[in-house]
Write a protein that binds this ligand. Structure first.
Ligand code: PLP
Length: 377
């Protein structure tokens, strides 16, 4: 059996053809493909604007910056995420606060959010872990009550639905952020995007993406046709046209990818129905786009046993996530696993099982078989 991992990209001849076409065009960056990918992303999600950038991390950094997060400001998120969600707050001198999670849906528990709010709180960042949207209506109610912004870290959840709206439609938030890293639903190798509704935020993000140089905003009178100037301090977070070409081609396949992910989930769910394996809660008002298939075993000992057994059989699972508060860097800042005990328990018992569009039925059967053997061993 070939190596099976928890996730991987799906690239076909159509993708390769479009990237080659982009490679042959006049501008391989700042050309036609990025604006087209942005248009398609905004059509797909229903957001007015999309701003493509070099990674999901860059997208988070830019949107926090555009919302004015700075020194002394606080942001509330979940510890059950990739460190980028809160790192981008640290880049700006802000202070991330972590609300514990629910061991049923594995998402930020709203009961903890309000307790963390104070006069410095500026943004709430729900993470739609594994592809399941958080309770956005309630999060928006809390944000409105305290006059806070909401940025959805939707790096796991392109294509998911909440109360009939796609992630990125921004019905309950100021912005949403996608990642196009190869393990995600669609890839541009590296890449990300910010979805926005508000024009002034959009203009700020465009400026921050490219050194704060915007031709339309020249403050001084151009002295020559080559004149340029920067108005604010920005970054080089641009996506290339080669990446955007890949994204355009991948986006066409997204709904098909999600369909296959759902088929895989059904097989797992029916295999685990009478076993001591806990899966993520299912909500009637949401469709999980299943970036991951996370399960909880009874204990760390059992989880580790399954992990090693699968590894021996060429099946490479992963744990998502070590709570952000447990990274040595965060510990040095004064955070501790004790801040969020449920996220720590989750970390000890969780395993993300293989799920990706090219995972075959026989590979899936092989994975399930080996989990059963591991538990019986
Ligand atoms: C929840 C979450 N947020 C942010 C990121 C950062 O995205 P990128 O790797 O594209 O910088 C990731 C990527 O793994 C993620 O899973």
């Amino acid at each position: 059996m070939d190596k099976i991992s928890y996730g991987r990209q799906f690239i076909d001849d159509e993708d390769i053809k479009l990237v080659i076409e982009a490679l042959k065009s006049d501008s391989i960056t700042q050309g036609e493909y990025v604006p087209l990918f942005e248009k398609l992303l905004s059509e797909y999600t229903g957001a007015r604007y999309a701003v493509c950038v070099s990674s999901g991390t860059a997208a988070l950094h830019i949107i926090y910056h555009a919302l004015g997060l700075g020194k002394e400001d606080e942001l509330i998120t979940t510890p059950n995420t990739f460190a980028a969600t809160s790192n981008a707050c640290l880049y700006l001198g802000g202070k991330p606060k972590f609300a514990d999670i629910s061991l049923d849906d594995f998402l930020i528990d709203l009961n903890y959010i309000e307790k963390l709010i104070n006069k410095n709180t500026k943004i709430i960042v729900p993470v739609h872990y594994a592809g399941l949207t958080c309770n956005m209506e309630e999060i928006k109610n809390i944000a409105d009550k305290y006059n806070l912004y909401v940025v959805e870290d939707a790096c796991h959840s392109i294509g998911s639905f909440y109360k009939g709206s796609r992630t990125g439609s921004l019905k309950y938030s100021n912005a949403a952020v996608f990642s196009f890293h190869p393990v995600k639903h669609i890839t541009t190798a590296e890449g990300g995007a910010i979805l926005l509704q508000d024009e002034s935020l959009y203009k700020k993000c465009i400026a921050l993406r490219s050194h704060g140089i915007v031709r339309e905003n020249f403050q001084k009178t151009p002295t020559s046709p080559t004149y340029h100037e920067m108005q604010i301090l920005g970054y080089n977070y641009r996506m290339t046209d080669l990446q955007a070409a890949l994204g355009i081609s991948q986006l066409k396949k997204l709904d098909g990818f999600i369909k296959r992910r759902h088929e895989i989930v059904e097989v797992y769910n029916s295999a685990f129905k009478d076993m001591n394996i806990k899966t993520q809660k299912i909500y009637d008002d949401r469709i999980n786009s299943q970036h991951l298939f996370p399960v909880l075993f009874e204990s760390k000992t059992i989880r580790d046993k399954v992990y090693y057994y699968l590894k021996e059989n060429n099946i490479f699972t992963q744990v998502h996530y070590i709570p952000v508060t447990c990274h040595p860097y965060y510990e040095q800042l004064g955070y501790s696993y004790k801040d969020t005990p449920k996220a720590y328990e989750f970390y000890e018992r969780e395993l993300s099982l293989p799920i990706y569009p090219s995972l075959t039925d026989s590979q899936l059967e092989f994975v399930i078989d080996n989990i059963k053997k591991a538990l019986a061993s």
